[in-house]
Design a protein around this ligand. Structure first.
Ligand SMILES: Cc1ncc(COP(=O)(O)O)c(C=O)c1O
Length: 373
């Protein structure tokens, strides 16, 4: 038996979704495929809180990293990057690899992005883009899209690019209301799908500005891919099985079917829609994990605002591989810390289609492993 997967992505995928992926191949220019692509849009608009006429949604057959590069290629040369961990640093690294002029606003590991310092930078000189990560998967620290949008509202025309990889599907984004220009994520995190499909929302303002970029490339050309999505004619062979899995999952979430299985009846009848119940369950799992840590005298790293999907636990003084092995022996897979934090932290991915009752069992197992049993 494989251990239950509780790493910060990929996360466990339900059997129904896996079997949807095993259905026979279809032609990617077929009416069935076009119908599938068009059927995604109302769900993606609800998921991103992004709606026409100000925003469009789209998917691309690449992972989230591809979308980071796609967004940067579509913008001008000066980029302000808010860096508070390994994944927000990736945005800066990609921008540098593309030859952009990058200014980093750094915060220590475990701290949220330095929005005030970024606002000051934006007031001193003009930028073409600002990058920020909502849920820093390496540290488990989050910032809300509302806070980001409000703090960076005056950005002198810079495109606000938001990494929502471990935020989307776990908490609301409201891209339109928060004035976010580009929001990106993959499929393998809180949406509980296999990796390999990138999802994004983009503002018409960013699409208009992208016309001036001469470095959009082909595979990662924001304009080509967004237009092709609108026409349901991807310019390359798309990940057909993943598109099918995404549609099956989005329909089941919106209809409340997934939550019905994972939450108790009192919550199911509370009058919330499927997405709202999903967000509530994620908040509950984050809170339960936090309470468990407090009860054990362990802190989440930095003690900053907690991600709705990832908790990074400081376990200094313990041998991380031994601890993870003990948890695995109880049937659960957790992740070590990321990068510099590998030896001092472990990470729990409480996201996707894991239920609250399963989380309680996992925390029991972690408690026993911490006790050395
Ligand atoms: C916050 C964040 N951004 C970006 C990425 C990169 O995503 P992918 O590996 O799907 O390209 C990850 C992956 O874990 C992530 O957690």
């Amino acid at each position: 038996m494989r251990p239950e997967l509780w790493i910060p992505g990929p996360t466990a995928v339900r059997a129904e979704v896996l079997s949807a992926m095993a259905e026979p191949m279809i032609g990617h220019r077929s009416a069935e495929m076009r119908g599938m692509i068009h059927a995604l849009d109302p769900h993606l608009e609800a998921l991103f809180g992004a709606s026409p006429p100000s925003h469009r949604v789209a998917v691309h057959s690449c992972t989230a990293t591809g979308l980071m590069e796609m967004a940067l290629r579509a913008a001008g040369p000066r980029v302000l990057c808010l860096v508070n961990g390994a994944f927000s640093r990736r945005f800066a690294t990609i921008a540098e690899a593309l030859g952009k002029e990058v200014v980093r606003v750094e915060s220590p590991a475990g701290a949220p992005p330095a929005l005030d310092a970024a606002r000051e930078e934006l007031a001193t000189s003009p930028f073409d883009a600002v990058t920020v990560c909502l849920s820093e998967t390496s540290t488990g620290v989050a910032v809300s899209p509302h806070e980001v949008g409000r703090a960076l509202a005056d950005r002198g025309g810079a495109m606000l690019m938001v990494d929502a990889v471990t935020y989307l599907g776990a908490a609301p984004i409201d891209a339109t209301a928060n004035g976010l220009d580009f929001v990106l994520a993959g499929t393998q995190k809180a949406l509980a799908l296999p990796p390999g499909l990138g999802l994004y929302a983009v503002s018409e303002t960013m699409l208009d500005g992208a016309v001036r970029s001469t470095d959009r490339g082909f595979f990662l050309d924001l304009l080509r891919i967004t237009e092709a999505h609108a026409e349901a004619k991807p310019p390359m062979t798309p990940t057909i099985s993943l598109h099918r899995a995404l549609l099956v999952q989005l329909e089941a979430i919106a209809a409340g079917e997934v939550e019905l299985r994972l939450t108790d009846e009192a919550e199911a009848v509370a009058g919330l829609n499927g997405w709202e119940r999903r967000y509530r369950r994620h908040a509950r799992m984050r809170d339960l994990t936090g309470e468990f840590l407090v009860a054990r005298g362990l802190g989440p790293l930095g003690g900053g605002p907690a991600s709705p999907s990832v908790t990074c636990v400081l376990v200094e003084g313990r041998d991380v591989p031994t601890l993870l092995e003990r948890v695995r022996a109880r049937g659960y897979e957790l992740a070590p810390g990321y990068g510099d934090l590998r030896g001092s932290t472990i990470r729990i991915g409480h996201m996707g289609d894991h239920g609250v009752a399963s989380l309680v069992r996992l925390l029991d197992a972690l408690g026993a492993a911490l006790d050395g049993d």
